[in-house]
Ligand binder design. Structure first.
Ligand code: 2BA
Length: 108
């Protein structure tokens, strides 16, 4: 059965992970996307694979995507910070991955 991998990765990792997937003969589409929480750009990769290729493709994504810490500014409330924004650390994962069964794969 054909599977569709939807992988949300950080922009910093997307070029490398796409290169590695292409080297291994996978076909990839990159969409420029934005995370709802941090509201910064990330990349969503669409990769169509056969079931027997799935674990290999996931292993490539895992090996090329790094978890990082980012800071976001929360509005300060108390008098102690005079309303200045408070930096809050957020850990952004290596990759967020969904695997979907594909009913039909049509290439015309
Ligand atoms: P963002 O929505 O910008 O989220 C970035 C990071 O912020 C997340 O990293 C998580 O550590 C944190 N975060 C997100 N929502 C939060 C909340 N309500 N409270 C506290 N912290 C929160 P990741 O989990 O690695 O997600 C990275 C990106 O993957 C997300 O960017 C989003 O674009 C996507 N994503 C993650 N989970 C998803 C899901 N269930 N459905 C669709 N997209 C998802």
């Amino acid at each position: 059965m054909t599977k569709m991998i939807i992988a949300i990765v950080q922009d910093e990792d997307s070029r490398r992970v796409i290169a590695k997937l292409m080297e291994a003969d996978y076909r990839v589409t990159r969409l420029a996307t934005t995370g709802g929480f941090l509201r910064v750009g990330n990349s969503t990769l669409i990769i169509g694979v056969e079931e027997e290729q799935l674990e290999d493709a996931l292993a490539i994504i895992k090996s090329e995507c790094v978890s990082r810490k980012q800071f976001m500014a929360l509005p300060g409330t108390g008098p102690e910070n005079m309303g200045l924004p408070l930096p809050v650390e957020v850990k952004v994962g290596g990759a967020t991955v969904f695997v979907i069964d594909v009913d039909q794969f049509i290439h015309m």
